[in-house]
Design a protein around this ligand. Sequence first.
Ligand SMILES: Cc1ncc(COP(=O)(O)O)c(C=O)c1O
Length: 382
Amino acid sequence: MVRFSDRANSIRPTGVRRMFDMAGDDSIQFGLGEPDFQPPPVAIEAFSRAMDEGKNKYTTTAGLPSLRGKIAEMWHHLDPSLDEENVCITMSGTNGLLDIFLALVQPGDNVMLPEPYFPLYPPDVVICGGEPNLYPCTFENGFVPTIEDLESRVDENTVAILYNFPSNPTGGNVTETQRDQLVDFAIRHDLWLITDEVYDRIVYDTPHVSFLGAGYDKVIMVQSFSKTFAMTGWRIGYLLSPDDDAMAQLTKMQYYVTACSNDAMQHAVLEALESAPNYPEEMCEEFKARRDLICQRLNAIPGVSCHVPTGAFYVFPKVDVPGMNSEEIAMALLEGGVLCSPGTAFGEMGEGHLRFAYTIGREDIDRGMDRVETVLRELRGD
Ligand SMILES: Cc1ncc(COP(=O)(O)O)c(C=O)c1O
């Protein structure tokens, strides 16, 4: 008899990928969250050079001390006590998230997760034997949770809360005041605070508000170079915590998940950090122009209402077509030549929304929005 684990059987493939696989070649794709840029040329050259120089070996589990030291230094403005021991290089944010849940979650524990969510969070918690405890991030509240909603969900089995700002899929972000209230909540309940800040360098209008250095050391930050340096296919990121015990446990998990990250690539990322430190801000200028364009186009369509996000490269508008749910609307748009994600790919609370990633050029955004407008006007009979 063929038998698979309950854990494997209980999780499903993500809805984002399913739509992507169905898209025709000529569809305009607002589907996947990856920058349409290439990594900085200095990083590509450094990668190739490092391989030529024989840097093709295992590194220590936590990664190259020089890269870890550089990363720690980058966060000194928030916490000057950080050093290389507070950093573990991973093979992506995805890898880092799994390390965290492996290190923190016991059977019967629950982890508070935002909904709508990055689709890996709940399955990751389940894989590690825990239960997702979802808290709402509503359109009405700018996609930031209310403390009342958090208080009504936390219980004696809650071990951690995960915040994700700027957010995938909503583009939601916090002010310093909101951040402080969310930190206070974690302190009040003695929870691990997991902060997924992989979009920290993709911010507009105001500087990034981090959960690091905000008065609480029981914090673990998930980071990635996927978005920062347009390196989604390289698979590299890191975990950072001011808590030494957490770092020891996370690094141990990292060893059993991938042993270490990629040697030559770590040299390439170090080069990018040293020689192209402003690369993310250069990409951001273009993302900002796209954000303005897509928000303006969406808000001009009857039945569509969209916040102007201050971070990441997603918009998560409310889309109202009477009698149709978000999956049906996304399917109709796909038939009309536009790929986007139904809000429910990010949890049930995403119902009534669509996610558009503005990771395509402005001309394509305009053409795509023409199609969206035509399809939605037809569906609504406007
Ligand atoms: C919120 C969030 N966290 C983590 C990740 C993981 O990124 P990666 O595995 O490419 O580092 C992503 C990727 O889309 C994301 O959107």
